[in-house]
Design a protein around this ligand. Structure first.
Ligand code: AMP
Length: 222
């Protein structure tokens, strides 16, 4: 692919952004900046930022832009991001999309491609309500129906405890979908209008979606 690779994952809740980001990050050899996970780390660490984010996340709402963008800006200062990165979960509204453009433009950088995974709402609910995440490592993900762990509640990979995210309840997932429809979908349209959008189906096995995404990105970058 290319030397610099700056990608934003922009699909709806439960489309597989987090799952795919782990594999794509390894294949593209760039770090993954997962905004939701940065918030959860702050919540666990009981930082002021975490306390601020918690109430919004638990309602399925977006954390205020100044908090989110401030956190992104400081993460982007990490030297590991110099040769590219994958943004997982940002931008999620038009203001964030414009702010990310401005932030990167200061170093003559830009989002090279926005990668959108398409899934239907029903499939997203099915994935999210059954999803269980390992407390030791958020990239270890099980599903009580689709990928049940050998021992209930225990991560197959590392033996850590599995948990259900507070915002993976039906009520909060519905709120997250409202946010997607009213605020985030227009971000996808913006990237489309700017010819920076790569859309793939998010349906199928994890590895088949990764392959699909990689070949779409290869075709896009040429
Ligand atoms: P995720 O881990 O990507 O599913 O995000 C979980 C939650 O974190 C979201 O529902 C929001 O409450 C919050 N969050 C994640 N990314 C953003 C963002 N770009 N802007 C505001 N809030 C965010």
């Amino acid at each position: 692919m290319r030397e610099h690779c700056r990608i934003a994952l922009v699909g709806p809740p439960g489309s597989g952004k987090g799952t795919q980001s782990v594999f794509l990050g390894k294949l593209l050899e760039v770090p993954v900046l997962h905004i939701g996970e940065l918030f959860r780390t702050n919540i666990r660490g009981r930082t002021p930022l975490g306390q601020r984010a918690y109430e919004y996340m638990n309602r399925g709402e977006l954390v205020p832009d100044e908090v989110t963008l401030g956190m992104l800006e400081s993460r982007l200062q990490g030297p590991d991001t110099r040769h590219g990165f994958i943004l997982d979960g940002i931008p999620r509204n038009r203001n964030q999309a414009e702010a990310v453009d401005e932030l990167l433009a200061r170093n003559s950088e830009k989002i090279d491609a926005a990668l959108n995974f398409e899934v239907e709402r029903d499939e997203s609910f099915r994935r999210l309500v059954g999803r269980r995440i390992c407390k030791n490592d958020s990239s270890h993900v099980a599903h009580i129906m689709l990928r049940p762990p050998q021992k209930p509640g225990i991560c197959d990979i590392c033996g850590g405890p599995l948990y259900l995210r507070d915002d993976d309840s039906r009520k909060v997932i519905a709120m997250r979908w409202d946010v997607w429809k009213t605020q985030s979908e227009s971000v996808v349209q913006k990237y489309g209008a700017e010819r920076r959008l790569v859309t793939v189906s998010g349906i199928g096995t994890v590895s088949s979606v990764t392959e699909r995404a990689m070949s779409a990105l290869n075709a896009y970058f040429g």
